[in-house]
Ligand binder design. Structure first.
Ligand code: ADP
Length: 375
């Protein structure tokens, strides 16, 4: 069969051109050609302008996205795999540069349609444009649906398959540390205690990852809370950590303040995150001060430290999902989710959270503030 005839056949059978008549298909065929890819070959890289729309004829192509969250580390994941008949590179006909990457998983053959030529053909011919765009919306929606399934799968693996064995190890360690299966010497006790702490941190990371998805959905149970009590409770758990690092802790909590409407568990989580970060990013002998003040219609909680501070370039990014700063990179622990979860929590409560660096009062470190409406 002549080459042009094969191209026409592939175009006709593809879902995107399903409703396009033969005359228009013949025009499209004039700027389409056959291409082959070796296994592993990059067809286009993430973020590049996709020049062509591809219809896969043979083999398999993976649609990839960058997954790494740390500067300098490159890690990609396959979001979707395209089978013969499938379309990819659709951003070629949209004016967007938001492409994911495409890589041949096995030896692959495709028909490549020139994006510019197709774009101008569609721009001239509205009758042709609307069925193609309708199909394109279907393809993009399917891609989104697949991404959601992948995300749901990752979350369910995290929540159960990863957490359950960790929780089991944690309880065995607690039994051993409790001295229920025999005496421990000092060295063994210290090593097991450290393992216990690391596992607790690991479980907390998993909880954070799960939280980020749950908070998108919202639904927090609210009650009338005494904020000074909530703040004091959350700090108590962190005091030993601060003492271990020889940090000076000062508390100045206004008493007899009006209650606020909120979830005690969630507000404790925010305070623990802010104070935990202050401990993490402040070198030994530094100072951490926690204040609760009554403002006009609000109660404000301020956590200030004399630590490493945050550069003006980083300041606008620290509340983003998975953002970890330069100082964060040197610390082994952390997912870069603590502040973004805190922001979601405070905003779900109708409040505001922000950071200043250096702390305006001391000219050092940083200050994190959240404000909640009095009830
Ligand atoms: P994580 O602590 O897991 O890295 P967070 O979302 O809690 O994630 O914080 C994001 C980033 O904000 C940190 O990596 C760090 O760069 C910066 N940051 C947060 N709190 C402080 C602080 N008290 N001092 C300096 N930098 C901070």
């Amino acid at each position: 069969m002549p080459n042009k005839e094969i191209i026409l056949q592939v175009l006709r059978a593809s879902s995107i051109f399903e409703e396009v008549n033969d005359e228009a298909l013949s025009k499209i065929a004039t700027f389409s050609h056959e291409v082959s890819f070796q296994p592993g070959e990059i067809i286009f890289a993430e973020g590049d302008v996709a020049e062509k729309l591809y219809i896969l004829v043979e083999g398999e192509v993976g649609i990839e996205a960058r997954l790494s969250t740390r500067p300098g580390s490159v890690r990609r994941g396959t979001i979707e795999s395209v089978a013969p008949g499938g379309v990819f590179g659709w951003s070629a006909i949209l004016e967007t540069h938001l492409t994911m990457g495409a890589r041949a998983i096995s030896a692959a053959k495709a028909i490549a349609v020139d994006g510019h030529a197709l774009h101008s053909l569609l721009a001239q011919d509205t009758e042709l444009c609307s069925p193609v765009m309708r199909k394109l919306v279907d393809i993009v929606s399917l891609r989104l649906a697949n991404t959601r399934i992948t995300l749901a799968h990752i979350l369910s693996v995290c929540s159960h398959d990863l957490k359950a064995p960790l929780a089991a190890v944690q309880s065995y360690l607690q039994v051993i540390l409790g001295g229920f299966v025999g005496e421990l010497n000092e060295k063994q006790r210290e090593m097991l205690s450290r393992s216990c702490v690391r596992i607790a941190e690991f479980i907390e990371m998993i909880d954070n990852i799960l939280d980020i998805s749950r908070f998108e959905v919202g639904a927090v149970e609210m009650e009338n809370l005494s904020l000074p009590e909530v703040v004091r409770d959350s700090i108590e758990m962190l005091r030993p950590l601060a003492e271990e690092k020889k940090l000076n802790f000062t508390l100045d909590l206004a008493q007899d303040v009006p209650k606020v409407k909120g979830s005690a568990t969630r507000i404790k989580q925010v305070v623990a995150n802010l104070v935990g970060n202050a401990i993490k990013f402040t070198p030994s002998q530094g100072e951490i001060s926690i204040k609760l003040k009554e403002d006009d219609g609000y109660l404000r909680v301020e956590v200030a430290d004399t630590g490493v501070g945050i550069s003006p370039e980083e300041l606008p990014k620290i509340f983003d999902d998975f953002y970890r700063g330069v100082a964060g990179g040197t610390e082994a622990k952390g997912t870069g989710l603590g502040l973004s979860i805190s922001k979601k929590i405070i905003e779900t409560h109708g409040g505001r959270i922000w950071a200043e660096s250096p702390c305006p009062e001391t000219g050092r470190g940083s200050k994190f503030v959240f404000a909640l409406l009095k009830s």
